[in-house]
Design a protein around this ligand. Structure first.
Ligand SMILES: Cc1cc2nc3c(=O)[nH]c(=O)nc-3n(C[C@H](O)[C@H](O)[C@H](O)COP(=O)(O)OP(=O)(O)OC[C@H]3O[C@@H](n4cnc5c(N)ncnc54)[C@H](O)[C@@H]3O)c2cc1C
Length: 255
C-alpha cells in the first residue's frame, strides 16, 4: 500500500533515472456536503403535508425511519436528490474512464494534462489485489496471485511507466505541447477530479461499482473503482445514516 519511489535498492542506477512514484491506493476526500436524512424527509413530506419544520421532523424518529424505508422500497427516488456531496478523488486514469460513464446526477472536473505538466505517479496493485482471472466471460472469479506474479507485475509495470514518462519528458524538452506529449502516458497514471453527486446518483453508482453481500442484484466491478466506491460509501453513511441503512435493507438497489 502507499507510495514508493521506483528508484529503490533493486534499481541498479537510481541516480540516472527519472523518479517514478508507484502507488497502490486511491484517495477520496469529502470536500463539501449538504446532505442529511432530513433533506429526504422534507422533500417527501412536502407532497402530503406542505412545508415542515426540522423540529416536527425530529419529533417521531421511528416514523422518519419508516418513511425513508418506504420511499426506498417502493423506489420513490426523487426525494433522495435534494442533497449534494463533493468528493476529491485521486486514482488512476483507468478508474476515471469507468467512473465518467456515470452520466446522470454526477458533475466532474478533472485535472488538465493540457495546462499543467503531469506528475510521474503511477498505479501498481498491492499484494491484497487478486491478480488472476479464472473462468469464462460472464462467469469468472479472481484468485490470489503468487508472490512471483506480484513481483513481476510490479517490475514490468514500473519499467513500462518509467519508459513512458521518459518519452513524455523528452517530447516536452523538444518543445512539444503538453497536450500532444501526454499521448505517451498510460492509463495507470494518477489523476484527480472533483465529483459531485446526490444520494440517489451515489446509490446507483454503488449498486454497480461495489460487490456487497446485501446486494439483490450482484455486480462485478473492477476492484480499483470499487475501492473508490467504498470510500465514498463510508462518507455518505456518516452523513445520511437512515438513508444508508434503508439502501442496505432494500438490497442496495437505487430508488
Ligand atoms: C461490472 C460492469 C462492467 C461494465 N462493462 C462495460 C463494458 O465492457 N463496456 C462498456 O462500454 N461499459 C461497461 N460498463 C459501463 C456500463 O455499461 C454503464 O455505462 C455504467 O455502469 C454507467 O451506468 P448507467 O448508464 O446506468 O449510469 P448513468 O449514466 O449514471 O445513468 C443512470 C440511469 O439513467 C438512465 N439513462 C441514462 N442515460 C440514458 C440514455 N441515454 N437512455 C436511456 N436511459 C438512460 C438509465 O436508467 C441509467 O441506468 C460496465 C459497468 C459495470 C458496472
Amino acid at each position: 500500500m502507499g507510495r514508493t519511489p521506483l528508484t529503490s535498492a533493486d534499481d541498479p542506477k537510481p541516480s540516472t533515472r527519472t523518479d517514478v512514484t508507484l502507488r497502490s491506493d486511491v484517495t477520496v476526500e469529502l470536500v463539501k456536503s449538504s446532505a442529511s436524512d432530513s433533506d429526504v424527509l422534507f422533500a417527501a413530506r412536502v407532497s402530503t403535508l406542505g412545508e415542515q419544520s426540522i423540529e416536527e421532523l425530529q419529533k417521531d424518529p421511528e416514523r422518519s425511519k419508516g418513511l425513508i424505508n418506504y420511499l426506498m422500497r417502493d423506489r420513490h427516488g426523487s426525494p433522495f436528490e435534494h442533497n449534494s456531496m463533493t468528493f476529491l478523488v485521486s486514482a488512476p486514469i483507468f478508474v476515471f474512464r469507468e467512473f465518467m460513464r456515470h452520466r446522470v446526477g454526477w458533475s466532474y472536473n478533472e485535472e488538465s494534462g493540457r495546462y499543467r505538466e503531469l506528475q510521474p505517479v503511477f498505479y501498481v496493485p498491492d499484494t491484497s489485489r487478486k491478480l488472476v482471472q479464472e473462468g469464462r466471460p460472464g462467469k469468472y472469479v479472481f484468485v490470489e496471485g503468487t508472490p512471483a506474479q506480484h513481483a513481476t507485475v510490479r517490475h514490468v509495470l514500473g519499467e513500462s511507466y518509467h519508459q513512458a514518462y521518459e518519452a513524455y519528458q523528452k517530447l516536452l524538452a523538444e518543445g512539444v505541447a503538453r497536450e500532444v506529449a501526454r499521448a505517451a502516458l498510460p492509463v495507470g497514471l494518477y489523476s484527480s477530479m472533483y465529483a459531485t453527486c446526490n444520494a440517489r446518483s451515489l446509490m446507483h453508482f454503488l449498486g454497480l461499482r461495489t460487490q456487497h453481500e446485501l446486494a439483490k442484484v450482484p455486480s462485478f466491478p473492477q476492484r480499483e473503482i470499487e475501492m473508490v466506491g467504498e470510500k465514498m460509501e463510508a462518507e455518505w453513511a456518516r452523513l445520511m445514516p437512515l438513508t444508508y441503512s434503508a439502501f442496505n435493507a432494500n438490497g442496495r438497489v437505487a430508488p
